[in-house]
Ligand binder design. Structure first.
Ligand code: V47
Ligand code: SF4
Length: 374
């Protein structure tokens, strides 16, 4: 009986107006029992936002206490010239009105210009036809020489697939080579949606879902941690969202190499899918909450504020999120080109702290491996 279960500040009163099926799922969640794929779909189809929020908040608190993390970071996007043509992309040279290809010296100048207290550099961009693994390896070596203490989170699995394939190296040797040059971790991009049918429709030229998963698995085996993302709110169904989460949860059971999951809301400006309306805020918060509940083996759930806007990111702290990414410092264009609210995303540390404190969470500056700093 649910009424006998009390955990944290959750109790039976929170579940008065829900069906027996949802009550049973809630009972599993508060006793740390894993939710099945079928139950995940029920949560999406029947779970009302307040109910899901309470459960996700409970799970968040169990995992991360009241901390809400952030990092001092910046991005470098070396190029937007791309061999692929994803329909949701507003960023590549196919759809954007601008085109760029930074030289190594231009990239190094950007690194040199950053303040000394920045902890992480995130490098990702388009899949350039002519750049090979040795170009990217040398870039890592040069950045590390300039700033040995900077954590480099670089190259999505899609970029890695292309550069490793082009070099003729095996996946393991390619990743090992990049690690030896200074690759510290891998960002979560390129996952999009694993369902093969929808993936083919929206980004058919991209690496397959199995390749994305195999690259992350191999990286984890080599001691390279990574993140995972999911592009949601376009053509995918709830069944396909749960399938995506399920494939990630299974891989995480094997490797424990993922640090954070980042749901990425589809933004519809300036791309070939602009006719698809963006989903509501209710749908966004349900996505965060169910991701937090379902991915019981992922330590962190991140709201990437340049994608959803700082107000929504703040609200997400009550729906399972414990990490708001970082200060960014106006260094990324992926979301400004796709129509996000912040056209020049910059958040100062004091703005980040104020935003977190207002949500009654404890701000914690972190490094890339979620160690608290200061
Ligand atoms: O894979 C591209 C997404 C991703 C759109 O690991 C879009 O810490 C919505 O993965 N609407 C790249 N999304 C960004 C990414 C990321 C960002 C921040 C932190 C981390 C991390 C990873 O951006 C792509 C794609 O899924 N994307 N266009 C769009 N129109
Ligand atoms: Fe290229 Fe990435 Fe855009 Fe796809 S999402 S077209 S791989 S830049």
């Amino acid at each position: 009986m649910l009424s006998t279960i009390q955990a944290g500040n959750l109790n039976a009163l929170d579940f008065i107006n829900v069906t027996d099926e949802l009550k049973e799922i809630a009972k599993k969640i508060i006793t740390a029992e894993r939710v099945t794929p079928a139950e995940g779909i029920v949560l999406f189809e029947q779970g009302e936002l307040g109910f899901l929020g309470k459960l996700a908040d409970f799970v968040r608190k169990q995992k991360n206490g009241d901390y809400a993390y952030f990092i001092r970071n910046f991005h470098i996007e070396p190029t937007n010239i791309c061999v692929n043509k994803c329909k949701f992309c507003s960023y590549s040279h196919h759809f954007s009105k601008t085109q760029w290809e930074l030289t190594v010296d231009e990239i190094l100048d950007k690194v040199t210009a950053k303040e000394n207290n920045v902890s992480e550099l995130h490098i990702t961009g388009a899949v350039h036809p002519d750049r090979d693994i040795y170009y990217y390896g040398n870039l890592l070596l040069k950045i590390k020489k300039l700033r040995p203490g900077l954590h480099i989170k670089a190259y999505s699995a899609v970029e890695l697939d292309y550069m490793i394939h082009k070099s003729g190296l095996s996946m393991k040797d390619g990743l090992q080579y990049l690690k030896s040059c200074g690759l510290d971790s891998i960002p979560g991009g390129g996952a999009e949606i694993f369902d093969e049918k929808i993936r083919k429709e929206i980004c058919g030229m991209k690496s397959t879902s199995n390749t994305w998963l195999a690259i992350h698995e191999t990286a984890h085996q080599l001691g390279i941690p990574s993140n995972a993302t999911m592009l949601y709110g376009h053509k995918e169904s709830y069944v396909q969202r749960i399938d995506h989460l399920e494939r990630l949860r299974r891989l995480q059971d094997l490797t424990h190499g993922f640090s954070a999951f980042i749901p990425l809301k589809f933004r519809n400006s300036n791309n070939e899918m602009s006719h698809i309306a963006e989903v509501s805020v209710v749908e966004d918060m349900k996505m965060y909450a169910i991701a937090r509940i379902y991915l019981d083996n992922f330590p962190h759930l991140k709201a990437y504020w340049p994608a959803v806007g700082r107000k929504l990111a703040q609200v997400s702290l009550s729906f399972g999120v414990d990490d708001l990414d970082g200060t960014i410092n106006d260094s990324t264009r992926i979301y400004s080109l796709a129509g996000a609210e912040d056209q020049s995303p910059v958040m100062t540390v004091s703005e980040m702290i104020a935003l977190i404190t207002e949500s009654k969470r404890v701000p914690a500056e972190r490094d890339s491996l979620y160690n608290k700093l200061g």
